[in-house]
Design a protein around this ligand. Structure first.
Ligand code: SF4
Ligand code: SF4
Ligand code: SF4
Length: 674
């Protein structure tokens, strides 16, 4: 490969064994035809056109037809999943008759008598069988105590094999099943569901991961990997022999929703919940709803004022009867999914309001990084943040004497201060403002560390800015542009690697593109009250980026908008709709099922030391006075996640976890060292 070394300017040659081309995402084949059939419009880039790229990103140009994922433009998986959930909420509203789940009673199989274990060893194509001798592993399993049936199968999760497993259970009267295959994280529920269909209790099932833990990680040691697979199968059989059937429990859940934060994400979520018939309480600590969007002079790509979008959303809140509380903060939250007790406090009032809430949405938004003297801010009177420029454009306009403006990107982003990641909004915001300046005949230079534009239409805006003559110049990661002047910034000096010299740009105004940072105090307070996790960057953390992008680690608590990570308005709106979809699915039946894998206390052994309550991250254990002077631990099963911390710390062995009982773990360990 020949390439230019940007430090030296020389052409370098390198030998490679493989070249990987990162190819672009382009509109799906057949989009044009589909658009024609559906009567929806395509955008200029060939993707499907949104009704309003900023305010209604999931709606197409045809009422009743919704868009999500890469249909509207390139997206990552997390955004696609959030959009898909949001689009589902919107579409479901139009469907009057919902398909009710039909529950059929299945006779549970008889599990009395000795354990009769069935073992299935999966080839997973060549994933497992490429390294491990699956047939002999199945033969080996036959030698284990209580194993009455064992076989190897090509793909255990294939529909035909699932039916085969059901038949084997019936034919051999199996009352315990072990599958040695891939990861239980994705596949355990599939097998549990299959077995439940023939009346087999899902908690009599064990899964062993001989793919990730054997054939993949020990690819160069087939013999050791085979021995490890045998050990794991033997351990699983030992545990399964002691398994007890468990039943999921049902609990009534409340139908009122609390949304904390009245910015664009909170407002959209409130609208979507309320339009589905939930009673919604929207709480905002500031005197007005709308958050930062309310103060934006214009929104890209259309250029209309932020206030217009907020006014539109306010009308919808009113139409759907959302209870809004401004100047109000959440004071206390107790309880658990479906049954939260929430206390609100309105500033200047002595009244505390109490609410009974089924689910909570965190939508507190983010703050903007506050630049300091090092960035020339407050040191020079003509250095502004990009938000201050929005205010200027909204109120008095650009001063007459301004002829040259410099933007400096990534202030408080992608470095050791502020947000370590990209703030995702500021490049496109700077380009939007640069166009406004340029159209008024003002020279604009944008100093950046690599322009990143994500939003729909932002690339077009970038090209337009270039056509208008906006200069984009890079500055090095380790050297912030130097601002020279007395009381006002007069020149910006930036070292250019290409020229190996300083570039000096005379300025009348400097705009700092401030990064998005978490609301430090508020997010800490709420994370403590709710026990919701935060990431190392202090933004709230989703349960799983792909499988639970709007859920938190606490059941019944969801999140959307910039309190999770920096995002633009369209993404926040899509995510807010996704929350409504996920939470509605959970609450709409009025009843939820709870996992039975929870801890339980043997009160005879408990001596009330409180260690379990102290260590439990989910506030699931409390000490109660059983008799005068006798304290014991009690577990709230709705809060317990079955993590096992309490069990490990209990000095008397009084706490145990169902399905991972002490005798089961001991049996596994004994089997390991057999
Ligand atoms: S969007 Fe642009 S200015 Fe903002 S942090 Fe990312 S790269 Fe920097
Ligand atoms: S198992 Fe975990 S969540 Fe449950 S009570 Fe024990 S420590 Fe708390
Ligand atoms: S740690 Fe054990 S002994 Fe102590 S309160 Fe909890 S259950 Fe009881």
């Amino acid at each position: 490969l020949a390439h230019e070394d940007q430090d030296t300017g020389k052409i370098e040659h390198m030998q490679v064994d493989m070249v990987v081309l990162s190819s672009a995402l382009i509109p799906a084949e057949g989009s044009k035809e589909l658009a024609k059939i559906l009567g929806v419009e395509l955008a200029r880039d060939g993707f499907f056109k949104q009704k309003d790229a900023c305010g209604a990103p999931l709606e197409s140009t045809h009422e009743g037809i919704y868009l999500c994922g890469c249909a509207t433009g390139p997206k990552d998986i997390t955004d696609s999943i959030a959009e898909a959930s949001g689009a589902a909420t919107k579409a479901a509203l139009l469907v009057e008759e919902r398909v009710e789940e039909v529950k059929t009673e299945i006779e549970p199989i008889d599990i009395s008598g000795e354990p009769r274990v069935g073992v299935f060893v999966c080839h997973c194509g060549l994933n497992i069988a490429g390294l491990l001798p699956c047939e002999s592993l199945a033969e080996y399993a036959k030698t284990l105590v209580n194993v009455v049936f064992s076989e190897d199968v090509l793909f255990a999760c294939a529909e035909s094999t699932q039916r085969q497993i059901q038949e084997r259970v019936k034919k051999h009267n199996l009352n315990r099943v072990v599958v040695a295959a891939c990861t239980p994280r994705t596949h355990e529920p599939i097998f549990q569901e299959t077995l439940a269909k023939v009346g087999f209790n899902p908690y009599l099932f064990e899964m062993v991961n001989i793919r990730d833990q054997c054939s993949w990680v020990h690819i160069h040691e087939p013999e050791a990997a085979t021995q490890k697979a045998k050990d794991l199968i033997r351990m699983a059989v030992a545990k399964a022999r002691l398994s007890h059937p468990l039943d999921k429990r049902e609990m009534e859940v409340g139908q009122e929703i609390l949304i904390i934060g009245g910015g664009i994400a909170g407002m959209q979520s409130a609208i979507d919940f309320a339009s589905r018939g939930f009673k919604v309480h929207l709480v905002e600590k500031e005197p007005q709803l709308g958050g930062r969007v309310f103060n934006l002079a214009s929104l890209y790509p259309q250029g209309r004022p932020g206030k217009d979008l907020i006014d539109m959303k306010l009308d919808e809140l009113k139409k759907f009867g959302v209870n809004t509380y401004t100047n109000t903060e959440v004071n206390t939250i107790e309880g658990f999914i479906g049954n939260f007790d929430v206390g609100l406090h309105s500033k200047g009032k002595k009244i505390f309001q109490k609410l009974k809430i089924g689910a909570i949405v965190l939508a507190i938004g983010s703050d903007l990084y506050q630049p300091d003297e090092h960035h020339g801010y407050k040191k020079f009177s003509n250095v502004y943040t990009n938000m201050e420029i929005e205010q200027m454009l909204l109120q008095k306009g650009i001063p007459e004497n301004v002829k040259s403006v410099v933007f400096i990107q990534c202030v408080g982003s992608r470095g050791s201060e502020g947000n370590p990641g990209c703030s995702r909004y500021c490049c496109q915001a700077a380009i939007k403002q640069a166009i406004v300046f340029k159209e008024k005949g003002i020279d604009v230079t944008i100093f950046h560390r690599g322009i990143r534009v994500y939003a729909k239409g932002a690339e077009m805006m970038y090209r337009r800015a270039r056509e208008l003559g906006v200069l984009f110049l890079p500055y090095p990661d380790d050297s912030f542009p130097s601002i020279k002047g007395k009381t006002k910034a007069e020149n910006i000096v930036v070292y250019s690697k290409d020229l190996d010299a300083d570039i000096v740009v005379p300025v009348d105004m400097v705009v700092l593109s401030a990064g998005m940072i978490p609301k430090a105090e508020e997010s800490q307070r709420l994370s403590e009250i709710l026990r919701v996790s935060r990431g190392p960057d202090k933004f709230f953390l989703e349960r799983h980026p792909k499988f639970g992008p709007v859920e938190t680690s606490v059941d019944g608590v969801f999140l959307c908008g910039c309190c999770q990570f920096p995002q633009d308005i369209a993404d926040s709106i899509a995510q807010a709709s996704a929350v409504a979809s996920r939470a509605s699915a959970l609450l709409s039946k009025g009843i939820i099922t709870l996992e039975p894998i929870v801890s339980s206390v043997d009160e005879e052994l408990c001596r009330g030391c409180g260690s379990c309550a102290e260590i439990c991250e989910f506030k699931a254990v409390e000490l109660i006075e059983k008799e005068k002077g006798i304290w014991v631990a009690r577990v709230n099963e709705a809060l317990c996640k079955g993590c096992g911390s309490c069990c490990a710390i209990c000095p008397t062995g009084a706490i145990d976890i169902k399905h991972f009982r002490r005798d089961q773990i001991e049996a596994e360990l004994e089997a390991l060292f057999e």
